[in-house]
Design a binder for this molecule. Structure first.
Ligand code: GN1
Ligand code: MG
Length: 350
């Protein structure tokens, strides 16, 4: 770490470094030096096979936004003394240092509809501001990241090649997820339909990827590794997946999982108010679907990982990814139950 910080001209002996955050993929630390504060991240190269592709994307976005929307707060990684946005350590690992925005704070768990609204507005604004940017210029940092057809195919493959005991023990969850494969068919229709344009999407819209000010007004979105061309259902759906319920994917007491109507409305309102200027007529009809799409994909990804021995997400206890998948399946069920109550809700100005 000493060698890394020194490339930014930061003397290691003057810093205090602590582990930070709860992300499953990258390692993150907060670096304090007197009154200065930074976020240091190691890019997970198992997942992001070409870290330079991320650097290129962030540079392109920074340039576009600085030119067209100079007032937008865009938090780009700092440059080293040599002008590079990433640093390689002796073992070849990629690190980057991001300034901590003064006066900003983040939220780990959504507790009020106002937070959900503010976050949804920030993700909507991000995509709207980039509406004139040619999304095809972006590198694909994780190929097929939100390709539900592929995720489903990987799940089916795991049913063949996975751990036989785990497959047998998960039979009812497997059956349930297979029964929901209509969600994949709808996704495939969306891909064929010109009413669903490819947009610049964030692809990781959890609340901790939004910076707030002290009054909990949204400032901007951060963690741009998975910014890629995609469909709006990814971002809107992942907000539903992670903000609707008072408990997260880690909760093993599934009775605590809930779909909160006021949070649903807040997400949809916040997103739509920013995005309506650029949306097609068809997109808002798929707001509810977006939630089912992302929750279903996450349930498939966790279960696939469990059946294959947890190679991607890792497991803090045996069966961890089975619990996570079961949790997401219950969330999906509870969302589907409220379909008639929720569909069409929340588009205040529509
Ligand atoms: C991963 O690293 P983190 O926690 O932000 C994953 C997301 C999943 C999420 C589930 C690159 O995100 O797609 O939704 O775990 N990111 C990647 O917690 O796979
Ligand atoms: Mg992330």
């Amino acid at each position: 770490m000493q060698a890394i910080l020194e490339q930014y001209g930061i003397p290691y002996t003057e810093t205090d470094i602590q582990k930070f955050g709860t992300g499953l993929i990258n390692h993150t630390w907060v670096v304090n030096r007197g009154t200065e504060k930074y976020i240091l991240q190691r890019i997970n190269e198992q997942v992001f096979k070409e870290p330079m592709a991320i650097v290129h994307n962030i540079d392109l976005l920074a340039e576009y936004l600085a030119h067209h929307y100079p007032e937008y707060l865009f938090v780009a990684p700092l440059k080293t003394k040599n002008g590079s946005s990433v640093v390689k350590d002796a073992a070849g690992g990629y690190f980057r240092l991001v300034p901590f925005v003064k006066g900003s704070c983040s939220v780990d768990v959504v507790t009020t509809p106002e937070q959900a609204y503010a976050a949804a507005a920030q993700f909507g604004k991000f995509t709207r501001l980039l509406n004139g940017f040619d999304a095809s210029k972006l590198n694909i940092t994780i190929p097929d990241f939100h390709n539900l057809s592929l995720r489903y195919a990987q799940f089916l493959r795991a049913l063949k090649n996975g751990d036989a005991q785990r497959i047998a023990a998960a039979s009812s969850l497997i059956e349930y997820l297979q029964s929901q494969s209509g969600i994949v068919e709808t996704y495939e229709q969306i891909l064929q339909d010109d009413n669903f344009p490819v947009r610049v999407m964030h692809h990781d819209t959890k609340i901790s990827n939004v910076l707030f000010d002290a009054q909990e007004h949204g400032l901007c979105v951060i963690d741009l590794d998975t910014v890629m061309p995609g469909y709006f259902i990814s971002d809107l759906g992942d907000m539903m997946r992670t903000y609707l319920s008072p408990v997260s994917e880690e909760e093993s007491d599934f009775d605590k999982i809930e779909v909160r109507k006021d949070f649903y409305e807040a997400i949809v309102n916040g997103y739509y108010n920013e995005m309506k200027a650029v949306m097609t007529d068809a997109e808002p009809r798929y707001f509810f679907y977006a939630g089912t799409f992302m929750i279903y994909m996450q349930a498939l990804r966790f279960l696939t990982d469990h059946l294959l021995g947890d190679p991607y997400y890792g497991a803090k206890y045996p069966g961890h990814n089975l619990v996570r998948s079961g949790n997401q399946a219950v969330l999906l069920q509870k969302l589907q139950t409220k379909k008639s109550l929720l569909e069409g809700r929340g588009m205040r100005n529509s």
